[in-house]
Design a protein around this ligand. Structure first.
Ligand code: GLA
Ligand code: ZN
Length: 688
């Protein structure tokens, strides 16, 4: 463990294994704390996250800090080779704070203010909350900033994660929103134009008239709602930055937050810029969805998204060893699934496997949530054995994995602002669940073993040969120009129905689709398939069912690859292809099912040189994810089926753990993750 922090490395230097640890709940049970250390060693745990909700123990009354117990715990962990990711405790406020200062409690969109209780619910604008946060965070930094066991800072917990109470509508937030708008627009004329406020008499004549969208006020002005969402994300980020500044006062340890995949209220692409490492909390619905592969695909998307935020490895900050306590059905992970699902995160770029939680709490709302250690059995459980086995495996893999990261040359566009605007458009289908319509575009990449980055409209497109942009309803900034340059320069671009409709103010484009020249089409209308009328798309010899959305477009230079079979737009293009500069642009007009998207993805990955580097075809439920490094690649071959699966390797590899040569046809056992490497072979080939 000695070298985990030699000098001041910005990031952990080995694979981490551990999780949220709450000794603060057991301070009067020394035998439990002793047992924790013994069991952590047996489970190959090398790090814990401490103090996440410990505010009332760390500062029992305003201004009186009690850190001695924490220091003792951290010292003891460190002496036993276990490092600490130390949290700031703002995830849950103590009574003295919520009861004394009403303003720290959020006001919801019905105008109701919270009282004490639950968590993730402070007002990010409250001066008192800012002040008390700065005080405790700075004190923690002073006391622990140079502790040899400190690995990183974990700011707060799942910022904003409180369902209906995510945004705060209190007077402080209203004032900040108005300031934010003044800064963005400068003049009311600009604001009125951007919001198209002549509609329904919404013209604003003084900044004071502006109010956040609330149920008893304005809820339909798209420009206002979009700006409010931007503000809510930025205001919480401002709070997070203040916490980061405070912990950095006396410490240079890296700063992270635990994110929640595509969590709607916070634009994580913006957030990631302020953090040293990004982390993810992941609780897939294993065994409880109709299609058993859905949870695997969703988890793959979330990990790809989080990794792509910084294009660096991330930490899997939270996951569960078996069952959570909050899914509609809290089914246990079947034997083997824990190891597979944890290695899935590593495959997609995680440099850790961490759990919520180390030990089940005795009381409180999560006493039945899965943990490494249960209420009664110590190490003598299936879960503990599986965790310990995985820990050992991670130790063995650490050196190789830490030298690698995923470096895909294909990207899919997922943009927070686009999603906010699309879901608020009041058109096509109401309500529109953006993610539901978007996910089918990700799935074929997973099925075909092609790793992708997830990018938003601000990300550079350099370095990619394929960019897929489903439901790009809003084009922000210079996105259209950059796509044009990307295709001109030789890239393959694929976009779809419900794209290029509005600009960044949510104002409709006039004249033509901003990429009509690149796509070689004119867009006219969009239909939602009548419920009692089937339609099909004919593409070569195949026919595919039409789901909901049917854009009606006219070719203007593009080649028509597929067309509608029926209805008044029979014969109109359903899929077009257009050469532009040195590249190619596709437009999918029809929303078809998985088979259509599978065939489309096969076509464009082949054309752009992005096919799976290990296998030319994969059986259902098996995928490959590649982490690249200077010495070659690691291939994570994962079988999400409860049955064995036969796979044919396209090249000879070595098993990264045993060193055995692996070639040709192999069989994966149920839920197996096999890790192969081709580094040595690649090296010697280059030397020749
Ligand atoms: C979230 C929180 C944890 C815990 C888990 C339970 O991820 O961050 O504190 O509540 O959920 O699954
Ligand atoms: Zn507020």
């Amino acid at each position: 463990m000695e070298n985990i922090r030699s000098g001041k490395p910005p990031l952990p230097t080995r694979l981490l294994h551990g999780g949220d640890y709450n000794p603060d709940q057991w301070l009067d049970c020394p035998e439990v704390l002793e047992e924790d250390i013994v069991l952590m060693k047996k489970a190959h745990v090398n790090c814990v996250s401490l103090g996440i909700f410990a505010w009332s123990r760390l500062e029992p009354e305003e201004g009186r800090f009690d850190f001695d117990w924490l220091e003792k715990i951290m010292d003891n962990l460190y002496e036993n080779g276990i490092y600490t990711i130390l949290a700031t405790p703002t995830g849950a406020m103590p009574h003295w704070l919520t009861d004394t200062y009403e303003e720290v409690n959020k006001v919801n969109k019905e105008g109701k203010r919270r009282i004490h209780g639950q968590r993730h619910n402070f007002c990010p604008s409250s001066p008192v909350m800012r002040e008390r946060t700065r005080a405790i965070d700075t004190a923690l930094s002073r006391r622990f900033g140079h502790h040899p066991g400190l690995l990183a800072w974990h700011l707060s917990n799942e910022y904003g994660g409180d369902g209906d109470w995510t945004d705060c509508h209190c007077p402080h937030c209203q004032a900040n929103f108005r300031k934010w708008l003044q800064n963005r627009y400068g003049t009311l004329d600009n604001l009125n134009h951007a919001w198209w406020s002549g509609f329904w008499s919404n013209v604003v004549t003084s900044w004071e008239q502006i109010h956040s969208p609330v149920t008893y006020g304005e809820m339909t002005l798209h420009g206002l709602k979009l700006d409010w969402k931007r503000f809510v994300s930025e205001q919480m980020l401002d709070f997070c930055k203040a916490e980061a500044d405070a912990v950095r006062t006396y410490s240079d340890a890296p700063v992270t937050i635990n994110m929640m995949g595509p969590f709607d209220p916070l634009n994580y692409f913006q957030w990631a810029k302020e953090l040293d490492i990004v982390s993810e909390d992941s609780y897939p619905f294993w065994h409880s969805q109709e299609d058993p592969l859905d949870p695997a695909v969703m988890a793959a998307f979330r990990y790809s998204l989080i990794r792509s935020l910084k294009k660096q490895p991330f930490l899997l900050m939270e996951s569960v060893t078996s069952a959570v306590n909050w899914h509609p059905r809290c089914t246990l992970k079947r034997p083997g699934v824990h190891e597979l699902s944890s290695l899935q995160a590593v495959a997609h770029g995680s440099n850790s496997v961490q759990y919520f939680q180390w030990r089940k709490s005795r009381g409180g709302s999560e006493k039945f949530h899965g943990a490494v250690v249960d209420h009664r059995n110590g190490e003598n459980t299936r879960v503990f054995r599986e965790v310990a086995h995985l820990g050992q495996r991670l130790e063995g893999l650490s050196d190789k994995v830490m030298k690698t990261c995923n470096r895909p040359r294909a990207a899919i566009v997922f943009d927070w602002e686009n999603r906010w605007a699309a879901e608020d458009a009041q058109a096509i289908v109401n309500p529109l669940n953006f993610l539901e319509k978007w996910m089918p575009w990700f799935r074929p990449f997973w099925e075909q073993g092609v790793d992708v980055d997830i990018v938003d409209m601000d990300c550079g497109l350099e370095g990619y040969s394929l960019v897929v942009a489903p439901l790009n309803y809003m084009y922000r900034g210079d996105y259209a120009q950059r796509v044009r340059a990307f295709v001109e320069g030789g890239g393959t671009y694929v976009t779809s129905y419900w794209s290029g409709e509005v600009d960044e103010h949510d104002l409709c484009f006039l004249g033509h689709h901003p990429l009509s020249d690149v796509l070689g089409i004119r867009t006219e209308d969009i239909d939602v398939r009548p419920v009692n009328m089937e339609n099909e798309v004919i593409w070569g010899k195949k026919r595919y069912p039409v789901m909901d959305l049917c854009a009606i477009v006219h070719p203007e230079g593009a080649q028509v690859l597929a067309e509608y079979a029926r209805d008044f737009y029979a014969g109109f293009p359903a899929l077009t292809r257009h050469s532009f500069g040195r590249g190619t642009a596709y437009f999918a007009a029809a929303e078809c099912g998985g088979e259509f998207l599978g065939d489309l993805v096969k076509l464009v990955t082949e054309e752009s040189g992005n096919t799976c580097a290990l296998c030319s075809a994969l059986p259902r439920g098996v995928t490959v994810t590649e982490r690249k490094g200077g010495e070659g690649s690691l291939f994570f071959l994962q079988n999400f089926n409860p049955e064995p699966a036969a796979v044919i390797l396209g090249k000879a590899c070595l098993d990264a753990e045993t060193g055995d040569t692996v070639t040709g046809a192999i069989t994966l056992t149920p839920y197996e993750c096999r890790i192969l490497e081709n580094g040595k072979e690649g090296e010697s080939a280059r030397e020749k």
